[in-house]
Design a binder for this molecule. Structure first.
Ligand SMILES: C[S@@+](CC[C@H](N)C(=O)[O-])C[C@H]1O[C@@H](n2cnc3c(N)ncnc32)[C@H](O)[C@@H]1O
Length: 263
């Protein structure tokens, strides 16, 4: 609990996501709501990582297993790792229902305890912005990959306001309610989110260039920034309010693919 001795920022982040686990999959951008969106995600993964053909993939901070299942669709032998038991319970239930056989592990993405050079690819969506120590995480991820392996990061600068965010907030104040579905964060959760964000490494925003510089420092080669996520965003927009969809399309959202050199 907050205020208890030894309750760290990491505990706070884990508990925050555990509280959100129950409604996580209701949000557009978390679970997938159309075949069109699924296809767009598959295309993005294929573009950067190729087909699985039984290769080993680790989904870091897998949450409810959305990305893990996309990887499984493409023929990867997938392990999902997350430190929230509540998130993992949802991921495991989905895997049982879909008979996907994905292995889910509890653990810290900054120190996974998995064997070095044991994965062909690593994938992670919406984790980097919330890392406490990205340098430690990227060093760990580099060591997990086999030589020639690839890392695919899907993330964004969610902390910085765009002009659409400002417009939405003005409108929300005027009408006295939030624009968006009812499972959007309530005030207490929004305050927790803001408080955590202010203490993170990327509290100033998670810019792709800065992430790439840290990846190179950790030993990765050729990080490629891909901001062509329009097909995904357009598919999602069909299930969102106009303002939320516009906001999403104006945010700095990206995929980064980086390689560990072959020996
Ligand atoms: C925004 S959710 C994203 C979940 C999933 N990757 C997705 O895109 O659907 C963030 C997830 O990161 C997990 N997480 C945050 N920091 C972590 C860490 N250091 N180790 C493991 N999991 C972490 C949280 O528990 C939560 O499930």
């Amino acid at each position: 609990m907050v205020g208890e001795p030894n309750y760290s920022l990491r505990d706070e982040i884990r508990d925050y996501w555990s509280t959100r686990a129950g409604t996580f999959d209701l949000s557009v951008g978390h679970e997938i709501f159309s075949p069109r969106e699924r296809l767009a995600w598959h295309r993005l993964i294929l573009k950067h990582l190729g087909r699985g053909d039984g290769r080993r993939a680790l989904d870091l901070a897998c949450g409810t297993g959305v990305i893990s299942h996309l990887m499984h669709d493409l023929g990867y032998a997938v392990t999902g790792l997350d430190w929230s038991e509540a998130m993992l319970a949802r991921a495991r239930a989905k895997a049982t229902q879909r008979e996907s056989g994905i292995r889910f592990l509890i653990g810290d993405a900054e120190r996974t305890l998995e064997n070095g050079e044991s994965y062909d690819v690593l994938v992670t969506r919406h984790l980097v912005w919330t890392l406490v120590d990205p340098r430690a995480a990227f060093a760990e991820w580099f060591s997990l990959l086999k030589p020639g392996g690839r890392l695919l990061i899907i993330d964004g600068d969610f902390g910085s306001k765009t002009w659409v965010t400002s417009l939405r907030q003005v409108l929300e104040r005027a009408v006295g309610r939030t624009v968006g579905p009812v499972h959007e964060l309530d005030q207490a959760m929004a305050d927790r989110h803001r408080s955590i964000l202010s203490r993170l490494y990327f509290s100033h925003g998670t810019k792709a260039d800065e992430v790439c510089a840290l990846l190179v420092e950790a030993g990765f080669e050729m990080p490629v920034v891909d901001t062509r996520l329009g097909a995904i965003h357009r598919a999602q927009a069909r299930h969102m309010s106009f303002l939320r969809a516009l906001e999403r399309s104006t945010q700095h959202r990206y995929a980064i693919c980086a390689t560990k050199a072959a020996r």
